[in-house]
Design a protein around this ligand. Structure first.
Ligand SMILES: [Zn+2]
Length: 479
């Protein structure tokens, strides 16, 4: 077996055949091959077909039994912030006001006392959870991603690093107030994106790319958004933005941008385009949905956080308008299966329809649509010639048998921990339940310590904060 060294990872330069298994292609109309095999050659899917045919074609390949398992495309998470693992259990019930009539809850400051090393540990924790739950591609959105980029890239996941710019001097997303520009912040953001692009775009044989991220319409001036759009064109890459996330954002944009709604504002300055991932799109009126659809933008339906906030995008209307639907976790669990199921259920409630969207459609939002939204057309479905990004699901579980209609069973009944193995770019990053790219036990211990210490210090330092119910001070070791 020959091996070629690429970047920090060792990639097998050989053929693997997973045989006697169920292959879920994730293609249109959800074809599933039973009693089948899939061959992976280098970083590409080389064959899918009946086991005897595929094994005869690749006689010297490494054989991996797929009996009792299903091979599926991995999930594409189109919107997350890995370092927000720091907030688990603390901030979920203290959201920004969703409606004007709601009072402002206790607000925690965005910046916990965390060093770069602490942030890196928390970001790696997010990557670990993503792998364990079957994610293969991630759009990580944030400012100063370079602090932890090396370590999350070494997790083996496929990444679009969405370095984020903003230039609002005072106030946070969803907060009222006049828009004052902080020019230094704007220049820093633009430079960071350019720097990230030259450092990371195309790294690891193309496994890593860099996109342009604007924070939100109420956090960016028109001048900055115009320059970000120009930067997207000059870098020839994808872009993203938090869009129509909160009603407070809508009110702020109307007040500061001559009465325009957020999507109208973006359309006026030319930020919308068919390589844009618009995250959330919840507080949106029909005329904005039409505008967004006409631009061909993708929507990242971040269903778990939408449900948590009691808000929902009008997914069916956005589809009719022309938007493609992808999915993301945002601040919530890095579990895309939870996102798929929550999204399907939410949309069924919204439509008063017990059948639609189908599990196959929701699965496609979170796989092939996500890859396309991230600018990776040859991924997210199991097809000959596509990138070998896949998961192996153990279907011999109490909650998964009888596994007759595998996608429906997995979407309705599955759990993230049913994912047994994960391959990205032809390389196993989790195999038989063991993550191969990280020391999982050490990382979990360290992340727990980092998180506890940061919250203890914050709550100790400011008497204005009410200690959340159930906060464990006794074991919250300050060191
Ligand atoms: Zn977000």
């Amino acid at each position: 077996m020959s091996r070629t060294r690429t970047g920090m990872g060792v990639k097998p330069n050989m053929t693997t055949v997973i045989h006697d298994t169920t292959v879920v292609t994730g293609e249109e109309n959800a074809p599933v091959h039973h009693g089948a095999s899939i061959a992976i050659d280098g970083n590409t899917i080389a064959a899918i077909g009946p086991t005897d045919e595929v094994t005869a074609r690749f006689p010297v390949a490494e054989r991996v039994s797929g009996r009792g398992k299903a091979v599926m495309p991995g999930f594409a998470n189109c919107h997350t912030h890995f370092t927000l693992t720091k907030n688990r259990g603390i901030t979920e019930n203290s959201s920004y006001p969703e409606q004007e009539s709601h009072p402002m809850p206790v607000r925690f400051p965005r910046s916990l006392p965390l060093s770069d090393e602490d942030l890196t540990v928390l970001a790696q924790l997010g990557a670990l959870e993503a792998i364990r739950c079957g994610t293969t591609a991630v759009m990580e959105v944030g400012a100063n991603i370079d602090v932890y980029a090396r370590e999350i890239v070494d997790s083996g996941l496929r990444f679009v690093l969405g370095e984020q710019a903003s230039d609002r001097a005072h106030g946070d997303i969803g907060e009222p107030g006049p828009f004052v520009v902080n020019q230094e912040l704007a220049e820093h953001g633009l430079q960071s994106i350019a720097d990230m692009h030259s450092k990371w775009h195309g790294a690891e044989d193309g496994r890593v790319t860099v996109g342009v991220a604007a924070w939100a319409p109420d956090m960016c001036s028109p001048e900055l958004l115009v320059r970000l759009r120009e930067l997207q064109d000059s870098l020839d890459t994808v872009a993203t933005i938090h869009l129509n996330q909160l009603w407070g954002e809508v009110e702020n944009v109307k007040a500061n941008r001559g009465g325009a709604l957020p999507t109208e504002f973006l359309a006026q300055i030319g930020y919308l385009n068919d390589r844009l991932v618009a995250a959330h799109c919840r507080c949106m009126v029909p005329q904005e949905e039409r505008i967004l659809g006409e631009s061909g933008s993708w929507v990242s339906f971040n269903s778990a956080i939408a449900a948590r906030r009691g808000l929902s995008p009008h997914v069916a209307d956005l589809q009719v308008a022309g938007c493609g639907i992808a999915m993301g976790t945002d601040n919530m669990a890095e579990d895309m299966l939870e996102v798929v199921r929550t999204g399907m259920f939410m949309e069924r409630v919204r439509r008063s329809d017990g059948r639609l969207p189908s599990p196959e459609e929701a699965f496609q939002w979170a796989t092939s649509n996500g890859y396309r939204a991230m600018g990776i057309p040859d991924g997210g479905s199991l097809r000959v010639g596509n990138k070998a990004d896949l998961i192996v699901v153990d279907t011999r579980r109490a909650h998964l048998v009888p596994t007759i209609r595998v996608v429906s069973t997995f979407v309705h009944q599955g759990q993230g921990r049913d994912v047994e193995s994960v391959m990205v770019d032809g390389r196993w990053i989790m195999r038989d339940g063991r993550v191969l790219t990280m020391d999982e036990d050490a990382l979990v211990r360290e992340a727990d310590r980092v998180g506890r210490r940061a919250w203890r210090r914050l709550l100790d330092s400011d008497p204005n904060f009410t200690i959340p119910d159930g906060f464990d001070f006794n074991t919250a070791d300050p060191d």
